[in-house]
Design a protein around this ligand. Structure first.
Ligand SMILES: CC(=O)N[C@H]1[C@@H](OP(=O)(O)OP(=O)(O)OC[C@H]2O[C@@H](n3ccc(=O)[nH]c3=O)[C@H](O)[C@@H]2O)O[C@H](CO)[C@@H](O)[C@@H]1O[C@H](C)C(=O)N[C@@H](C)C(=O)N[C@H](CCC(=O)O)C(=O)O
Ligand SMILES: Nc1ncnc2c1ncn2[C@@H]1O[C@H](COP(=O)(O)OP(=O)(O)OP(=O)(O)O)[C@@H](O)[C@H]1O
Length: 487
């Protein structure tokens, strides 16, 4: 419980109507969650405008309503607060309501198109091994030490985020590693949050359905570094062309990591095999369990964060070298006949290219690469032909199939992908709409020692079709089919 006047402190208030010393029992921006004593914040969304639900919140006896536009008639038993920007206000209100938990933690945010989940998961595991109580906020799952809390978004909304951080403070966490999505930045989900550090992994074309242009997407990512305080650090991948842009206006101290440039946290790949990465980091050699060049970047980022947080470099490197990847991130099984089945979350052109380049680097010339890939419905359509083209370019056989079609027709998504297949590649490409059938086809085509890559869904344990999530786990289906087919 908090007094309204106390949680309004950082909010840009235009006018108030009614008493401010009322007790607020909870905060929500969803009228369906309003109960007596709860504060309702009317947020303008993509699908709807929260202002249209103010009457519902009034009916449900909200104690106060925060909005950009006041209703025509005000209910005398409710306090109305008119603000300049409701979603921004929501961030400050939620942070204050939960006692500004982020300021009581060393909270590190990781942003970028790829590598967020892997980096925060590595950091969570590393700091657990170093003996700390640690929180994790990620696409796959949230965690307080080993306790798993299901995740619905890459970055939760402001209310859930602050509630989760408060829970982490209460559980004694000293460090929290979280993903910061570009959607979260635009929707002000992290307004009012105090970060001790921020990491930039990379940026490539993605989410243009939401941001409109690549420039807007870059701006969204950059705004995270603009909000970092002076005593925070910004750790940037210097090998990414947009790295320096990210920190042009930051107040935080700037640090760089790279494989290709001589910077503060410098790495070099000595060897890159299916057994792992042999790296040199700051002059020290390690053999890491993670596979692929992109994981060398994730390891470097995690190492940089650990050092910037005051950890002993050699100890941090030693622990990092022993860690496995996050679920569905270059996750692999090897069958009886030595077929390697890799399940990876690569669902962007860049990520797919990275994974396939990695496989090309570590395979023997006699191992065929069979790639199975689809694209999600109701998301960026521009990437569909690109992903099919990349798969063809870097594989011996390609099976185009369904990902999460959501509300689109799976066949139409497949046809968009087929447009990216060049005539020379027609012979190596098959289209199998049903994902299980497609995996079965890949298994049947595979000969001993071949490599099957199942891209796009990684850790997901469902396939989303017309609003229903059906059980589907790529790794489990692959394992079962390999056994059934005696592969
Ligand atoms: C496109 C998008 O990002 N939408 C997010 C947004 O919802 P919205 O703006 O569409 O909400 P809306 O449906 O228009 O409703 C507007 C307002 O009316 C309110 N409302 C609505 C109905 C009602 O009866 N009463 C009511 O009060 C809603 O609570 C809301 O405040 O704000 C909601 C609350 O924070 C999010 O849950 C929702 O995420 C949707 C479900 C989503 O799928 N988002 C994805 C794209 C996303 O955010 N992804 C990124 C990661 C991307 C990546 O890197 O892969 C993430 O951080 O997860
Ligand atoms: N540093 C990296 N650079 C480029 N690609 C990467 C990197 N790390 C991982 N990938 C690839 O991108 C995929 C997604 O990785 P990860 O889940 O860590 O990224 P993410 O940023 O969390 O993505 P999302 O927000 O979509 O979950 C991986 O399975 C891998 O194929």
């Amino acid at each position: 419980m908090q007094l309204l006047q106390n949680i309004l402190q950082n909010v840009n208030v235009l006018s108030t109507h009614g008493p401010l010393d009322v007790a607020v029992q909870g905060i929500t921006f969803d009228s369906r969650q309003v109960r007596e004593g709860v504060l309702f914040v009317a947020v303008r969304g993509v699908q709807a405008d929260g202002h249209t639900f103010i009457p519902k919140a009034e009916e449900a006896r909200a104690v106060a309503i925060v909005c950009e536009e006041l209703p025509q008639e005000l209910n005398p038993s409710i306090t109305y607060v008119q603000v300049k920007n409701s979603s921004e206000a929501l961030g400050y209100l939620a942070a204050a309501f939960y006692g500004n938990p982020s300021a009581k933690l060393k909270l590190i945010g990781v942003t970028g198109t790829n590598g967020k989940t892997t980096s925060v998961t590595l950091l969570h595991k590393l700091f657990r091994e170093l003996g700390y109580h640690v929180g994790l906020i990620s696409t796959v799952q949230n965690q307080i030490d080993e306790e798993v809390i299901p995740s619905t978004h890459t970055t939760p909304d402001a209310v859930k985020l602050n509630e989760l951080l408060a829970q982490m403070v209460k559980a004694g966490c000293t460090h929290v590693f979280m993903e910061v999505s570009s959607h979260a930045m635009v929707q002000h989900r992290v307004v009012g949050i105090t970060f001790a550090g921020g990491v930039f992994t990379n940026i490539t074309h993605d989410h243009l359905d939401y941001h409109g242009t690549f420039d807007e997407y870059i701006k969204a990512k950059k705004s995270f570094f603009d909000m970092l305080p002076k005593n925070a650090f910004a750790l940037i991948n210097a090998d990414d062309k947009r790295g320096p842009v990210m920190v042009q206006n930051t107040k935080a101290s700037t640090h760089f990591y790279a494989l290709r440039k001589a910077v503060e946290f410098k790495g070099r790949i000595i060897d890159n095999t299916i057994q792992g990465l042999h790296l040199e980091v700051d002059g020290q050699e390690i053999w890491a369990k993670l596979i692929g060049t992109f994981n060398a970047y994730n390891l470097l980022a995690a190492y940089g964060v650990a050092v910037l947080l005051g950890e002993e470099p050699t100890e941090a490197l030693t622990v990092l070298s022993s860690l496995n990847s996050a679920a569905g991130r270059f996750d692999y099984i090897v069958s009886e006949s030595q077929i390697t089945g890799i399940v990876d979350y690569a669902h962007t052109p860049d990520a797919l290219e990275n994974v396939l380049n990695t496989i090309q680097q570590i395979r023997n010339p006699n191992q065929k690469v069979i790639t199975l890939v689809g694209c999600g419905g109701n998301r960026d359509v521009a990437k569909r032909p690109l992903m099919a083209d990349i798969a063809c370019r870097l594989s011996d056989k390609v099976i185009l199939t369904s990902d999460n079609p959501r509300f689109e027709e799976p066949q139409a998504i497949l046809e968009d992908m087929q447009k990216g297949v060049k005539p020379l590649d027609y012979k190596k490409t098959l289209s199998v709409l049903d994902r299980k059938e497609a995996i079965k086809t890949a298994c049947m085509l595979a000969e001993p020692n071949d490599i099957i890559l199942i891209a796009g869904k990684g850790h997901e344990t469902y396939q989303e079709i017309k609003g229903v999530k059906y059980d589907f786990d790529d790794k489990q289906v692959l394992r079962e089919l390999m056994q059934q087919l005696g592969k």
